[in-house]
Write a protein that binds this ligand. Structure first.
Ligand code: MOS
Length: 733
């Protein structure tokens, strides 16, 4: 189904099922521990052996020699596959920056160099410790500040390495900034962060002749099927992925990782199915992370707070051929100002691969931009909410001919401020005390793009009247099962309990997948298209004129006549398959989601310890398909924002080139006791240019801006401005 004009009124707008705060249909499986995650799929294939990955012990160099004889002779060992079994690195999968296996070169610490296969996990682990590897170590580049280049990255702030100008410019920033009566000119830093999802990378691989099946944990099934075909040098039709439940991804599972590649290689060598769960201590250095940034923001404004000049640059690092963290992307779109300049710099680092982590670009970009806005508000002696509201724009500031499809940022600011009690904030810092605690309030804006992409689905009306939905869409803990069931129930006029949803199998129609908060809108729109087709088939089967047929209460009716929906499948199941194809809708309008975050903190005046007291998010993200699931996404993201503001940091050992705190004990994330009551408000602005569902994403929006709101609250509490995240207590001193 081509989507090339605003969606008119359609069956989804009934909102009998869609738009309701339905509990997850997969909830009982999750809460009883019976949802089958990749490593637990003991029943999919017999005789599963255990694989254990060995990570490189140096950050950069070449393997001179590996001695696997003791490992091979160890009890229970089936086989050992080493990277030296392959003369050169295996091809890169989609979006991979580091090669995942093969060859003697080591590009980063904990790169997979061997996989040991044994009858039990313990045997594989014990044997892995017997492998002796000799390296020729070479010096590497590990310090972002030291390696930062002087020249902006070719390709400008899109970072797409094209021949575009290195600096994106509108107007004359230098002149306008020099002339601005009020300015901010500051440098800020954000650290490397790790996804640290609960479920590690995990795969069971099994070969049948030259065909391989991988029961795995992956956000983007079609991408990863293509990647595995390329990496393994086999045709895509010989690869099947199945990933029905995923214990968190946060962008780390967008692409194929070493668990899948090593399981496939090991299973081929062992002539036996092999299962691998990447051991926790390998997760941070073997996989990807959100790259650290050094960001420079300059804001110039008139005395009444109108922005005249905005400049934002970001420096990040990556392996050779890597991409930058696009931390300036929101700055191109968020606030009006006639003179603008954005660019990125990219350092070559020999640390593990930098890649997407929840709201890549905007998450670290807004931690900085929205702190700079707070500093500007203070310099102007202006309320931070007002400063943002008067600099709102309804068109793309760099392409004035392109309006936003829907943009209700100002409503987010006003609604959030009202509900939070923002007017009670004392704008002068360090004034409010409760015993030893300094109390402060802060706010920040949130922005995240709304990406439209193709997505297909299949729906079948079974003989018994039940509906079965099939798509390779994934549920990374976000509620996909539920919103797809709601969509089918609404479209076909049946109760939710009559819909079965099957996900994550590469044999199913190709969906948008889960990434970039595009999953909910695009995947439900794809199913909407399939349902429209099924409605036609049903109407035809029952002899109705399809133009005016109503589907409600399990019945199909038109012109005073009515029949049970199940009647249409009496002769056999009816199947329809179609997809959502947004063509150029994403270019005719700027599409984005907006939020305003408000936070109250208490900072211990003696120790600098920060406690979050209250958090509130007001979100403008199109139609909310399921307010309960969406709220869960946003409060989870707000929690991640607390981590980013106060705790999360991969500590780089700049001598040896690795992330030191590479386990859940030493990589700090918030726990329940760190998180207070959180409130989420969804504004009701369906976006008919986003899809027939009129929805958008919220999974990443909830994180965007949270860190800055906390930083700004800490400043309001203490009068100490920390520009180096995370804001740990030592930095107040
Ligand atoms: Mo998201 S970082 O695109 O899963």
């Amino acid at each position: 189904m081509k989507f090339d004009q605003p969606a008119g009124t359609n069956p989804i707008d009934q909102l009998k099922v869609v738009g309701r705060p339905t509990s997850r249909i997969d909830g009982p499986l999750k809460t009883t521990g019976t949802a089958p995650y990749a490593y637990e799929r003991h029943d999919v294939v017999p005789n599963q052996a255990y694989g254990y990955i060995v990570g490189a012990a140096v950050a950069k160099g070449r393997i001179r020699r590996m001695d696997t004889s003791a490992a091979k002779a160890a009890p229970g060992v089936v086989t050992v596959v080493t990277t030296l079994d392959f003369p050169k690195p295996l091809p890169l999968g989609m979006q991979n920056i580091a090669h995942l296996f093969g060859g003697a070169d080591v590009a980063h610490y904990h790169q997979a160099i061997a996989v040991v296969v044994a009858d039990t996990f313990e045997q594989a682990r014990a044997a892995a410790a017997l492998i002796r590897t000799d390296y020729d170590r070479v010096p590497g580049r590990f310090d972002l500040a030291r390696e930062a280049p002087n020249a902006p990255l070719e390709g400008g702030s899109s970072g797409e390495g094209s021949a575009a100008p290195a600096i994106d410019r509108i107007g004359d920033f230098a002149k306008a900034f020099a002339a601005a009566p009020v300015k901010v000119d500051r440098t800020y830093t954000t650290p490397d962060e790790s996804h640290m999802m609960m479920e590690p990378f995990a795969t069971i691989a099994s070969w049948d002749g030259d065909k391989v099946t991988l029961w795995t944990s992956n956000q983007m099934i079609a991408w990863s099927k293509g990647s595995l075909a390329k990496i393994l040098s086999i045709p895509p039709e010989n690869v099947r992925l199945d990933s029905p439940y995923i214990g968190g991804g946060f962008g780390g599972k967008l692409f194929v990782r070493a668990d899948a590649v090593c399981a496939a290689l090991a299973a081929r060598a062992a002539r036996r199915p092999v299962k691998i769960a990447m051991q926790r201590p390998l997760m941070a250095n073997n996989s990807t992370h959100r790259p650290a940034t050094i960001q420079h923001v300059r804001l110039g404004a008139t005395k009444d707070g109108r922005l005249t000049a905005i400049a934002h640059s970001s420096t990040s690092g990556n392996l050779p051929e890597g991409k930058p963290e696009t931390a300036v992307s929101q700055t191109k779109l968020f606030y009006a100002a006639p003179n603008r300049e954005t660019y990125m710099k990219l350092a070559v680092l020999d640390l593990p691969e930098g890649n997407a982590m929840r709201a890549p670009g905007e998450a670290p970009g807004l931690m900085v931009l929205e702190m700079a806005m707070d500093e500007l508000a203070e310099a102007l002696d202006m309320d931070p909410v007002e400063l943002r509201a008067i600099n709102d724009t309804q068109v793309d500031p760099e392409k004035p001919g392109t309006p936003f499809s829907e943009r209700h940022y100002v409503e987010c600011l006003r609604t959030g401020a009202g509900r939070f009690g923002w007017s009670r904030r004392n704008p002068k810092p360090a004034q409010v005390r409760e015993g030893r605690w300094l109390i402060g309030m802060g706010m920040a804006g949130g922005f995240r793009g709304n990406i439209l992409t193709k997505s297909a689905a299949r729906i079948r009306l079974e003989r018994n009247g039940r509906l079965t939905v099939e798509t390779d869409m994934t549920d990374i803990g976000t509620g996909t099962y539920t919103i797809l069931a709601q969509t089918a129930a609404e479209m076909m006029g049946v109760p939710l309990s009559q819909v079965d949803v099957k996900l994550g199998d590469s044999d199913f129609p190709k969906s948008a997948g889960s990434g970039g908060q595009w999953g909910a809108n695009n995947a439900t729109a794809g199913l909407y298209a399939a349902c429209m087709k099924l409605r036609e088939a049903v109407a035809q089967q029952l002899g109705f004129n399809s133009a005016d047929v109503a589907f409600a209460d399990g019945k199909v009716s038109a012109g005073g006549r009515s029949a049970a929906l199940a009647e249409a499948a009496r002769a056999g199941p009816l199947t329809a398959e179609d997809g959502f194809d947004p063509t150029d809708m994403g270019e005719r309008w700027q599409q984005a989601t907006f939020a305003a975050h408000f936070v109250e903190v208490a900072v211990d005046s003696f120790t600098g310890e920060t406690r979050i007291r209250r958090m509130l998010a007001a979100c403008d993200a199109g139609r909310i398909l399921n307010p309960k699931a969406a709220r869960s996404q946003v409060i989870g993201a707000m929690t991640m924002g607390v981590g980013a503001a106060l705790m999360e940091e991969l500590a780089v050992d700049t001598r040896f080139g690795f992330f030191v705190n590479h386990d859940l004990a030493s990589y700090e994330v918030p726990v329940h006791a760190d998180i207070p009551h959180q409130e989420v408000i969804f504004l009701d602005f369906p976006d008919d240019k986003s899809s027939p569902m009129k929805a958008k994403g919220v999974g990443e929006l909830g994180l965007c801006g949270v860190g800055a709101a906390i930083a700004n609250a800490i400043y309001n509490a203490t009068g100490v401005r920390v520009r180096d995240y995370p804001i740990t207590l030592d930095k107040h001193l």
